[in-house]
Design a protein around this ligand. Structure first.
Ligand SMILES: Cc1cc2nc3c(=O)[nH]c(=O)nc-3n(C[C@H](O)[C@H](O)[C@H](O)COP(=O)(O)OP(=O)(O)OC[C@H]3O[C@@H](n4cnc5c(N)ncnc54)[C@H](O)[C@@H]3O)c2cc1C
Length: 392
């Protein structure tokens, strides 16, 4: 019988390895890094030793050469313990390393990916701006031609891994901008690295509701000279590569939701046995049974949808948008609701940090916004469904 969630021995071994790391190394530091809004850079670098930072990158460039199912397993296991840390991992491994591996050329891959896969450099992806999020093609960042390339001018907002501390920039970024004539909707993707003149940290964003163990920053590009060899793909062709990478982003954000939900179900299930009220364990009360049973059923439904979509997703080609949007739309709200029920089952103990469910509840909310809002998924899916008069 095929195990949908561990389709090969390699996938099962990966899950065991990541779960072991999460239990022994992530768990002890998760609450403190959330409280202090601090990114654990030394621990992040260790993901490189485990082969996780370049999980989908070809071995020729320092990666592990695994598939989308493997990426889902890694995100599910890390997020079950520390979603904030996992978000930093996603921004680096999916939005930067995988994006460059798929859309870049060999010279760019050879120059940048070995350091990114080993954890010597921290990467991120810059799409959103202060004035343009969902309306991504309305972004204002511009590439102006120069003698040997382009000058990049603009601001990017909400960039995960944009900073690695309160004052220090991350190392390398894939940045989307317009290069064509004014009014053109075409986008171009360029590689920008720390140290380029005019590239600086605008601000590290504080007081986030959740995902506080990852950094979020505003980045400023003030006529940054970008050589032609840093253009990823061809000028004006980046909408296609953006859409392709968004599919993997949404799938792995959905996998994070699965991890959050699983942990919350484990906590409420155990608590409902241990805690007595009116002389019986909580799990004997029908209203508590509803919280636990509905959470399990929704988690399993989401899990089957995510793993089916992962099995079908090809990293080097798009075309799976309806389900990469669909898994995130379903799982983000599922995880938020499951975390909410876990708090309810634990009563006052759920409202404080001891059992982690309040942190997971705060972290879960981001998944309805980042990588595309719920409303954006509803819009995309309904548009794609218009062409499907007979459903498969
Ligand atoms: C913690 C965090 C980390 C992030 N990391 C990154 C990152 O690494 N890189 C990056 O590029 N971005 C990142 N983002 C940005 C994220 O992708 C955006 O916040 C998201 O796409 C929404 O954009 P916005 O915030 O500008 O909201 P808006 O686009 O302004 O939307 C505001 C509201 O209006 C709704 N809305 C907008 N347009 C429509 C429409 N046509 N129909 C119906 N409703 C609509 C939205 O759904 C939402 O409810 C991050 C955000 C956060 C909070």
């Amino acid at each position: 019988m095929i195990d949908l969630f561990n389709p090969s021995e390699e996938h099962a071994a990966l899950r065991t390895m990541v779960r072991d790391f999460a239990t022994h190394e992530l768990e002890p530091q998760a609450a403190a890094h959330d409280r202090d809004e601090r990114f654990n850079l030394p621990l992040f670098r260790k993901l490189g030793d485990l082969g996780l930072l370049g999980i989908t990158v070809d071995e020729r460039f320092g990666g592990s050469g695994l598939d989308a199912v493997a990426a889902v397993i890694a995100h599910e296991e890390l997020a079950a313990v520390d979603p904030g840390f996992c978000l930093a991992y996603l921004a680096h491994a999916m939005l930067f390393a995988n994006n460059l591996a798929i859309n870049g050329n060999d010279a760019q891959r050879l120059r940048v990916l070995p350091d990114a896969c080993a954890g010597r450099k921290v990467g991120g992806m810059c799409m959103s701006e202060p004035g343009a999020g969902t309306d991504v093609l309305g972004m204002g960042s511009r590439l102006t031609p120069t003698d040997d390339g382009y000058a990049l001018t603009g601001r990017k907002m909400w960039i995960t891994n944009g900073a690695i501390s309160d004052s220090e920039l991350g190392d390398c970024f894939l940045v989307y901008a317009h290069a064509g004539a004014a009014g053109s909707r075409a986008l171009t993707l360029v590689l920008v690295e720390k140290g380029m003149p005019g590239f600086r940290l605008g601000q590290k964003i504080h007081d986030k509701l959740g995902m506080r163990a990852s950094t979020t920053a505003e980045l400023v590009f003030d006529a940054v000279p970008v050589p032609s060899e840093n253009v990823v793909g061809s000028v004006g062709s980046a909408v296609r590569s953006m859409m392709r990478n968004l599919e993997l982003e949404r799938l792995t954000l959905a996998a994070m939701s699965l991890g959050i939900a699983r942990r919350c179900i484990e906590v409420m299930n155990r608590y409902a046995t241990d805690r007595q009220s009116f002389g019986k364990p909580l799990r004997e009360f029908g209203q508590i049974q509803r919280h636990i049973a509905e959470s399990w059923a929704e988690w399993m439904a989401g899990r089957c949808y995510v793993y089916k979509t992962a099995a079908e997703l090809r990293l080097d080609s798009g075309g799976n948008r309806i389900d990469s949007d669909g898994v995130k739309l379903y799982c983000a709200t599922m995880a938020k609701n499951v975390a909410d029920r876990a708090i309810q089952v634990l009563g006052g103990y759920g409202y404080v940090g001891e059992y982690a469910v309040e942190r997971l509840w705060r972290d879960a909310k981001l998944l309805e916004i980042g990588g595309g809002t719920n409303e954006a998924h509803q819009k995309n899916m309904t548009r794609d469904l218009a062409a499907m008069t007979i459903l498969r």
